[in-house]
Structure formats: structure tokens, C-alpha cells
Design a binder for this molecule. Structure first.
Ligand SMILES: Cc1ncc(COP(=O)(O)O)c(CN[C@@H]2CONC2=O)c1O
Length: 407
């Protein structure tokens, strides 16, 4: 195991000391949402205790202090993903809203009847349904690149679908149902060779690896704060400035305007053009604190530690008779989806909860993935930087006890 400060990190997350039904919490539902360190909790409560007011146009001290913290968080996000400018960082509610913004702004302005949008068969519903809505509105057609039984994109099929009718490619950086990490550099290069912009859904990837949007050269990158050890209710759309400048506003209201008359309104500059209304001020500040926390640890260190955890969990899972792993891609992030012979995933989740173990059971908002594997649902253990091998052992013993009783 790498010399990762695991005990110090665990002590930073108060919720990990919770008892569930008298047992130590073993929280393995991180792909759904991660827990929050004291640094994030304190940043939010400190803002409400000492610096809170509405932001931007206020001239009084509290409004200035709140604005500085809010815009300071935007700079932290910019630096965290190595964007070129704060103008490229749009705060939204989460990855879902970010995809909808691109679909309804970029999509409505650039994608017409007969055009095609290319996604993959492993996508989360948040990277499927917004494109279906756009297709219904525009007459465009959704195309889907298939995956293989290991849960990997069949790249040759993807490349074959990259026709001149494709106007946008939108793919998961990492699958939430399978853990698959897509060859996004290759995907972007192939799409850009045909002048096709690429949106990466980074909701699952962002907490597990260093993301550099300029190195990737993606056109849009979306993620949610709550999966990055930050609060729910805030997410980020990164977009190349030239694309965002050319896109019409997504929502109308306060802050996204420079001048309003009944005849016509003049829209604000970036990033505010896309931030109508009072934002989730404290959540944005909390996201900034989460990024500070992760920067102090180092994403490369997080990735190395979690890779060892996943290897260990996979090795242990493969020893259990009657357990089938769903998603065995060569390149995977910290997710272990599985099914057990004769036991429904919901029963797995319920039984493990009685042992203090939190996993997710269901379709994980990836119903097409479940259909592909011919399963109604999977049980999904998903890991974060505060999980341990000992917790994985508790999970495996719990699974074995289920099989003894129900298998
Ligand atoms: C790959 C991916 N894209 C988009 C989303 C949507 O994010 P928001 O809900 O924050 O807008 C999720 C959420 N992941 C879900 C949430 O619960 N369990 C999951 O796997 C996701 O995993």
C-alpha cells in the first residue's frame, strides 16, 4: 500500500464515526455521493456565521466578502481542472444541469434536423435524456456507440459512427455503473479531426483522477460538487471560452443581464451570462474548500491509493463463488458492480445495511447498461480515498454471509 495518510483523512470525515444499527459505518456508496470533510463543513458554516450576504452588485462589506469567497472558489475550480480562464467556469446545480445547459444552449443553436449526436451505451441518464429532448425538439438523431461484455467502449464501432452528420460527441469520462474509464484522448482526437466538439461527463472521474481540460482538449467538461467531497447543489460546466461566448443564454433573470428594457435585454459577459438568479453561494464556497482539501492531498496520490483499493476489492470479489462482477474493463475507476446468484441486488443492499455497510443497489440511472447485461439491477460498491482494505474485508464477509443464508 502507498504511504497514504489514510488515518488522518478518515479523522477529517466526522460521519465515518457513525454507527449504523450498532455497527461501524462502512460507507461504500461514493459513486452516488461522497462524504464531507470538516474543512468543507466549516467553510460553509463559517460563511453563514461571518461572511454571508447576496453576491455581486452589493456595495456593503458583507456582500463584498461573500463575493470574494464565491469568485475565489471559481478560481480554485479553474486551477483544479487547469482551465484557461474563470470565464470558462459556469456554476450550475450539478452535472445534470450542466449537460442540459449545453443541450439547450449549444444544441438548440447548432444542431438541426437530420444532424446526429453520438453517445455511448454506458452513459448515465443525465447524458442520454437531455440529448433525447434536444432530438425531439430539433429533429436530430441520437446515435449510440456499443460496449462489449467487459463494459468497454467498442472503439472501432465508435469511430465508424463518427460520420459527417455528427454534430456533437458526449461521453462519460468514467462510467458510474461499470467503472469503465473511456479512452477520452483518443475519442477527442478522432472527433476533432472532423471538427466535432466533445462533451465529457466527468461526474465520476473528477474525484478519482487529475483532470486537465486543456491537456484533454475537451470542449465541455461537466461534474458535480457532491462527488468531489463538496456539497450537493453545486456543479460545474467547463466550456472553451469561444464556444461559451457564441452560445445563447440558458436561463433568463437577474445577474445574467447588463441592461434590461421591455424592448430588448443585453446579456452579461461570461461566466455570468449562464448564471441567472441567486446562486448556491455557500455550496460554491464549500466546493472551493473541497478543492483546497484535495489539493493538499494530491489527486495523483488519491488515484494511486484508490487503484490499490480497487485491485484488492476485485481480487477478493473474484474469490467468492456465485458473485459475478459487472464491468471488468482494463481501465477502471473505483467501482465494483456485481450480482449474486439467486439474490436480488435490493436484498443484497438491505442485508448489507443491517451490517452497517452502505452500497447502492439498482439501475444507477444507467438502465441501458442493465438491459445490455440482462440484469434488472446490480449491487454497486464504490470507493473513495477514505475507504480501507479492512472495510473491503467487512464487505466481502458480509457478502459471504448473505450467500450462506440466501444463496
Ligand atoms: C456519470 C454520471 N453522470 C451524471 C450524473 C448526474 O450527477 P448529478 O446527479 O449530481 O447531477 C451522475 C450521478 N451519479 C449517480 C447519482 O447516484 N448514483 C449515481 O451513480 C453520474 O454518475
Amino acid at each position: 500500500m502507498t504511504t497514504f495518510p489514510i488515518e488522518k483523512i478518515r479523522a477529517d470525515f466526522p460521519i465515518l464515526a457513525e454507527k449504523i444499527r450498532g455497527k461501524d459505518l462502512v460507507y461504500l456508496d461514493n459513486a452516488a455521493s461522497c462524504q464531507k470533510p470538516n474543512a468543507v463543513i466549516d467553510a460553509i458554516s463559517d460563511l453563514y456565521r461571518h461572511d454571508y450576504a447576496n453576491i455581486h452588485r452589493g456595495v456593503h462589506t458583507l456582500s463584498v466578502r461573500a463575493t470574494d469567497k464565491f469568485e475565489g472558489a471559481r478560481t480554485k475550480v479553474k486551477d483544479f481542472i487547469n482551465a484557461a480562464s474563470e470565464k470558462e467556469i459556469i456554476f450550475v446545480r450539478g452535472a445534470t444541469e450542466a449537460v442540459n445547459l449545453v443541450s439547450q444552449s449549444y444544441g438548440r443553436a447548432n444542431i438541426k434536423a437530420g444532424d446526429e449526436i453520438l453517445i455511448t451505451a454506458m452513459e448515465h441518464h443525465s447524458n442520454i435524456v437531455p440529448w433525447q429532448l434536444l432530438c425531439e425538439q430539433s429533429g436530430a438523431v441520437l446515435k449510440v456507440a456499443p460496449i462489449n461484455l467487459k463494459g468497454e467502449l467498442i472503439y472501432s464501432e465508435f469511430a465508424a459512427l463518427l460520420s459527417d452528420r455528427i454534430r456533437l460527441v458526449a461521453v462519460a469520462h468514467m462510467s458510474n455503473a461499470l467503472g469503465t474509464i473511456n479512452p477520452v484522448e483518443k475519442i477527442i482526437a478522432a472527433a476533432h479531426a472532423r471538427n466535432i466538439p466533445v462533451l465529457l461527463d466527468g461526474a465520476q472521474a473528477i474525484p478519482h483522477m487529475k483532470v486537465d481540460v486543456r491537456a484533454l482538449d475537451c470542449d465541455f467538461y461537466v461534474f458535480s460538487g457532491h462527488k468531489l467531497y463538496g456539497p450537493s447543489g453545486v456543479g460545474v460546466l467547463y466550456g472553451k471560452q469561444a464556444l461559451l461566448e457564441a452560445m445563447p443564454p440558458y436561463q433568463g433573470g437577474g445577474d445574467m443581464i447588463r441592461r434590461v428594457t421591455f424592448e430588448k435585454s443585453e446579456y452579461n459577459t461570461l461566466p455570468y451570462k449562464f448564471e441567472a438568479g441567486t446562486p448556491s453561494i455557500a455550496d460554491v464556497v464549500g466546493l472551493g474548500a473541497a478543492i483546497d482539501y484535495l489539493n493538499a492531498i494530491g489527486m495523483e496520490n488519491v488515484a494511486a491509493y484508490e487503484a490499490e483499493l480497487l485491485d484488492y476489492a476485485t481480487e477478493q470479489a473474484r474469490k467468492i463463488k456465485g458473485l459475478r462482477i459487472i464491468g471488468e474493463a482494463e481501465h477502471k475507476g473505483a467501482i465494483l458492480s456485481f450480482v449474486l446468484d439467486h439474490i436480488h441486488p435490493h436484498d443484497i443492499g438491505t442485508m448489507l445495511d443491517s451490517l452497517g455497510i452502505a452500497i447502492r443497489a439498482g439501475h444507477h440511472c444507467a438502465m441501458p447498461v442493465m438491459d445490455f447485461y440482462g440484469v434488472p439491477a446490480t449491487a454497486r460498491a464504490s470507493f473513495a480515498m477514505y475507504n480501507t482494505r479492512a472495510e473491503i474485508d467487512v464487505l466481502m464477509r458480509g457478502i459471504e454471509s448473505l450467500i450462506k443464508v440466501f444463496g
